[in-house]
Design a protein around this ligand. Structure first.
Ligand code: DX5
Ligand code: ZN
Length: 220
């Protein structure tokens, strides 16, 4: 049985009670903690920057999964390593020299991820898939939490799974945006390994139970 990774997104936490919310995730069955960095240029929103990330990584006991929604990520790769990132994901659309960026992330001892906007085709990864530790398929347009899931995502997951199998790669498939208990099983069945969930977890009355229920649902 496959163990689908659950990664709550801190974007939906209460930033006035960040330590409380991080400890809540620490006490849950969540596997990873997903952290969205937005620069107001690549996406039409600004989330938070380095001092807040430092505070988060100081408290979390989970694997730190950093999703960069920023232009020119190369200049900050070492900074994110120093701030405690375990996995660093850059956007395909923000990287002119993606292969070089991936090597630079791995040279710092982090896992290298590539995120694809909803309009970006899986086909574009054909020549680089063996260099990618994780592909993050955006199932909403990046920039905001709480948006609704784009149904075309299932087809993209299947296509990516086929590419990974065909190339003999060990790349993980992460889904980010609009994940709930209504689509989690179908996503895992299509080939997803990691499910990010922001508002579904933090918006719930009992986030710890919500993560436990998601894990139960996926434990088949
Ligand atoms: C969107 C972010 C997501 C977001 C997910 O730009 O990359 O990680 O926090 O939030 P929900 O689960 O609410 O769609
Ligand atoms: Zn994200």
């Amino acid at each position: 049985s496959k163990n689908t990774i659950i990664a709550p997104s801190v974007l939906a936490a209460d930033f006035a009670n960040l330590q409380r919310d991080i400890e809540m995730i620490n006490n849950s069955q969540a596997d990873w903690f997903h952290i969205d960095i937005m620069d107001g240029v690549f996406v039409p929103n600004i989330s938070f920057g380095m001092p807040v990330l430092e505070a988060i990584t100081r408290h979390t006991k989970k694997t730190v999964d950093v999703h960069l929604m920023i232009v020119n990520p190369d200049q900050y790769i070492k900074t994110f390593k120093d701030l405690g990132a375990d996995i660093l994901t850059v956007h395909y659309e923000a990287c002119t020299h993606l292969h070089r960026t991936l090597q630079a992330i791995k040279a710092q001892g982090m896992k290298a991820g590539v995120a694809l906007n909803p309009h970006t085709s899986i086909d574009l990864l054909e020549d680089v898939i063996n260099d990618i530790d994780m592909v993050c398929i955006m199932s909403v347009n990046p920039g905001f939490g709480g948006q609704s899931f784009i149904e075309n995502t299932y087809a993209k997951v299947k296509k990516l799974k086929d590419l990974i199998t065909r190339k003999g790669a060990s790349t993980l498939i992460e889904i980010d945006g609009g994940v709930t208990n209504k689509n989690a099983v179908q996503l895992a069945e299509a080939g997803a390994d990691v499910l990010v969930a922001g508002s579904f977890v933090f918006g719930a009355k009992d986030p710890i139970q919500t993560v436990a229920d998601l894990k139960d649902l996926l434990a088949v």
